[in-house]
Every structure is written in C-alpha cells, then in structure tokens.
Ligand binder design. Structure first.
Ligand SMILES: Cc1cc2nc3c(=O)[nH]c(=O)nc-3n(C[C@H](O)[C@H](O)[C@H](O)COP(=O)(O)OP(=O)(O)OC[C@H]3O[C@@H](n4cnc5c(N)ncnc54)[C@H](O)[C@@H]3O)c2cc1C
Length: 469
C-alpha cells in the first residue's frame, strides 16, 4: 500500500532537512528521501569541510604571528594535512550523526534512495532493496546542485578537480591554478596560499568576488596580492595539457596568451542546479534552460502542492537561504502566510583571509535602484580589539538612503571585510532587514572593546556626529 505523508521531501541537504525538521516540529507527517547522505553538499562537500580546512590555515597564521606576542616557536610550523583532514571528517561525522538523530527523534521517515516525482504527487523511490512509492499531500523538491565544469577542463581527479575532490586532498600542491574568483574560489586561493602553495587565481570578470561592494573586493584583491596570490582578471581560460607529473593551464586576456605550469587546477566556476534530478515526468513542474526549477514568490512550482527550495531554484545558493526557504514552504503549507524572502537582503559570508560579510545593497546597486545614498566607511586600523588581535586590515562600509539634504536615513546595505566579520554581520543583517534607520541603530550600545564597535561607529558617523572620525 502506498504510504501517505503531509510532506514528502526529495533531497536531504539544508533546504530539505530544514523543511523536514520544521515540518515535523509543526506536527506534519514527513518523509525525507536522500540518495546519498543527509546533510547534502553543505555538510559533506561544502560549507563545513571548507571552513574546517580554512580553520587550519587560520591556526597556522596565528602560530606564525605568535612571536609578535612574545611567544617563541623555535621551528617553522609544519602541517600534517592528514590530521587536519581527520579532524574535518570528525566534525562532519559528529554533525551527520546529530542530524540523523534529530530527524529520527522528530519521527521523520528517512528513505535512502533516489526519489522521482510523477503525477498526483506520487514519488517513486529506488532503494538498494527495490522500489517503493509514497504519496505526499505536499512534495518539496530540494535536489540541490553540483559543481559546474568548463570545456577543456574535464575533471580527472588528478590534475583537475572541483570543490568535491579538492576538499579531500591528501597533499598540499606546490603550484595551483584556481579558475573562478567567486566566494569558493577565493576561499580556496586564500587557504592554499596560507598552507604554502603558490597560487594563481584566474577570473573571467573584471574583479574578483563579483556581487560584493567594490570597496570590499578591491580591499581583498590588494590583500591577496600582498600575500603573493597572483590574480588575473578579465581572463578567458583556453584549456590545459598534462604530462605524468604536471599540468599546463592556458588563458588569454584579450590578444595576450598565457601559460602556466601547475600541479593542480581547481575549477570553481559556480554550481549547476539539479533541476531534473527528481524525474518530474507527468508533472506540471517547469525546469528552465539553466536547470533551475521555476517557482513563484511563494516557492510553489507550476504544479499545486509541489514546492521547490534551495540551490535548485534561482535564489542565492547558500545553505542558510536553503534553511529559510525550507521553513518558508512549511509555513506556507500551514497557511501562515510568511513574509516572502527577499534575495537582495540575505546575509553573505566568505571565509577567506581577510573575511568578507555583507547584507543588502552595495553602493553601486543602491544607486542603480534609484536611491540617493549616504555612505560611511571606517577601518579596523583604529579599532582597539583589532589592534589587540594584531589584525587591523579591513573596513566596515554602511550604505544608507539619503534625503534631498543628504541626511542619512534607512540602512540599505552593510559591507565588511576584516577580522571575524562573518561573526559580526548578525546585527548589520538585522538592521538591513528591519529597515532600521541610522538614528535608530546609533542609539544602541556596542560593548567595548569589540570588533563590532566599528559597525556602531560607522553607523553613528552617518547621523552627522561621531566619536573617532
Ligand atoms: C566548497 C563549498 C563551500 C560552501 N560554503 C558555504 C558557506 O560557507 N555558506 C553557505 O551558506 N553556503 C555554502 N556553500 C553552498 C551550500 O553548500 C549550498 O547552498 C547548500 O548545500 C544547498 O543546499 P540544498 O539543500 O539546496 O542542496 P544540497 O546541499 O546540494 O543537497 C541536495 C541533496 O539532494 C540529494 N538528491 C538530489 N537528487 C535526489 C533525488 N532524486 N533523490 C534523492 N536525493 C536526491 C543530494 O544527494 C543532496 O544530498 C558552499 C558550497 C560549496 C561547494
């Protein structure tokens, strides 16, 4: 007999498991179908392993800086990558076990297999034991995404890898070309540079970190160059050649042709949505030419009762956006009319060194949207806590709407680069999303001495008065 559920979720990544957990917490009967491991890209080959390895790089920087604090380390620190990789796997395993316990504790029925949605919201599941069919009053498609590749750089797992393979490397390559200067490419370039690789970063657009405010991407670029990362922008990669022991990557900038011998090429050019991964034969669900499942503002597909969330729809491909969308769908099913998620105000965090974090409009996008803006920037070089940490590189930039007299009002965007900004973004995100004004935020006290004081200071200066400049 076909089992029926209030909600059947296909895909157990952040979007899918958030919907499953939240739905069951709200009293829905939930089935979660996952063909690989619950946790998805984020837990197994994305956010968690990448940040774990970046933490190794951060510890190494601290050890190298220890002499500034009078701590003598007599030998050059040595990295045993196998220990770091084991540590990474332990963190993943702990989170994976925790997630499984949470799901079973909440009585979510987990099916291990590939789910295919057919007509009448029936989902066929192919498992190692055979085929089973379940039916959902509602079905959520959360099939995620996979790394994009480019012609001429077919993944061979030896010289050419995507993030999937890179995150499990056993040796630190001497010379690396990273293709793609987006968030993931910059995290990998920064990580490898810290671990001692010679890194060349190749980006097709005019600047790395597209989507970031220009002041931030310029700051990161300068910092990367200062550390020795060789950055080429406006590049077209042409292909590569391999011998037994090395690869030769070729690229052009206009007429100028370049070649470089490397030991590893990391292709980091974005992620392809898995729009067709759940069959969809006999359904009204539409997948666009890029592979995204089409949804309306309520995240409903063209078929009533079939929803989609996460990387498989055309919204920011971030784990926390997937969580929010999964929760949104459950609330919508419950008839709670949640406020639609505005993609332009979601928080972004990039864990390279220096870290980057932002929410809301950049100065440029605010102007193109027709706002008159008032902007303030403050640097960590004047912040006490940053000096104590010995990490004074970076800035906070606040973009506010201005009236005809230039007086700053609503905060439209906050952009940060520097020490621990990924942990400082929270209050900036709230300010942007609560549509707070600079006057409202400036009255709040920032604890001293904290890095967060710089956000308070930057907002305060937009009120027309400030303490430190
Ligand atoms: C290197 C890297 C670093 C990242 N860092 C960050 C970060 O710091 N912060 C951040 O917010 N985001 C980060 N991301 C992005 C984040 O991982 C994704 O946005 C997030 O995982 C998307 O969640 P999802 O649930 O939509 O899809 P996924 O996580 O891709 O999960 C989809 C799941 O569906 C399963 N599936 C697919 N088809 C079927 C089927 N037919 N039947 C059953 N199961 C199926 C897959 O096996 C998979 O487990 C990073 C990504 C990468 C690659």
């Amino acid at each position: 007999m076909t089992k029926k559920y209030d909600l059947v979720v296909i895909g157990g990544g952040p979007a899918g498991y958030a919907a499953a957990l939240y739905g069951s917490a709200a009293g829905l009967s939930v089935a979660l179908i996952e063909e690989n491991k619950v946790g998805g890209t984020c837990l197994h080959v994305g956010c968690i392993p990448a940040k774990e390895l970046l933490e190794t790089a951060s510890v190494l920087r601290s050890v190298r800086q220890a002499k500034d604090f009078g701590i003598t380390i007599t030998e050059e620190p040595n990295i045993d990558l196998s220990i770091s990789q084991n540590r990474k796997q332990t963190v993943i395993d702990q989170l994976f076990n925790g997630l499984n316990s949470l799901l079973t504790g909440r009585e979510v029925t987990i099916y291990s297999g590939k789910g295919s949605l057919g007509s009448d919201k029936k989902v066929e599941i192919k498992t190692s034991e055979g085929t089973e069919t379940v039916e959902g009053e509602n079905v959520l498609l959360a099939t995620g995404s996979t790394p994009r590749t480019i012609q001429g750089f077919e993944i061979d797992k030896k010289f050419i890898v995507t993030s999937d393979e890179f995150l499990s490397i056993e040796e630190i390559p001497d010379r690396v070309a990273v293709i793609g200067g987006g968030a993931i490419g910059c995290e990998f370039a920064s990580l490898l540079n810290d671990l001692g690789s010679s890194v060349t970063l190749l980006e097709g657009l005019d600047e790395i970190l597209p989507g970031c405010d220009k002041d931030i991407s310029t700051l990161v670029r300068r910092s990367f160059v200062k550390k020795g990362i060789d950055i080429h922008t406006g590049v077209q990669v042409d292909g590569h050649e391999e011998t037994d022991s090395k690869a030769m990557v070729s690229w052009s900038v206009g007429e100028e042709k370049n070649q470089l011998e490397v030991d590893l090429i990391i292709v980091s050019v974005g992620r392809k949505p898995n729009g067709q991964a759940a069959g969809l034969d006999g359904t009204e669900v539409v997948v666009d030419e890029k592979g995204f499942i089409e949804v309306d503002k309520r995240l409903q597909t063209k078929e009533k009762g079939v929803w989609a969330a996460g990387d498989v729809i055309n919204s920011p491909q971030l784990a926390h956006v997937g969580f929010a969308e999964g929760i949104f769908v459950v609330k919508e099913i419950l008839g709670e009319s949640p406020v639609a998620i505005d993609p332009s105000t979601v928080p972004w965090c990039i864990y390279c060194d220096p870290e980057v974090a932002f929410a809301g409009l950049t100065e440029e996008s605010a102007k193109s949207a027709g706002y008159q803006v008032s902007v303030s920037k403050h640097r960590y070089s004047g912040n006490g806590r940053a000096m104590i940490l010995g990490e004074t590189e970076g800035l906070v930039k606040v973009v506010a709407e201005a009236d005809d007299n230039g007086k700053a009002g609503r905060i439209l965007g906050v952009h940060m680069a520097g020490p621990w900004v990924t942990e400082q973004l929270g209050q900036a995100y709230l300010a942007v999303n609560l549509e707070a004004t600079v006057d409202e935020i400036a009255t709040h006290i920032q604890a001293h001495p904290t890095l967060s004081e710089l956000f308070g200071e930057t907002v305060m200066s937009l009120t027309g008065r400030s303490l430190h400049g």
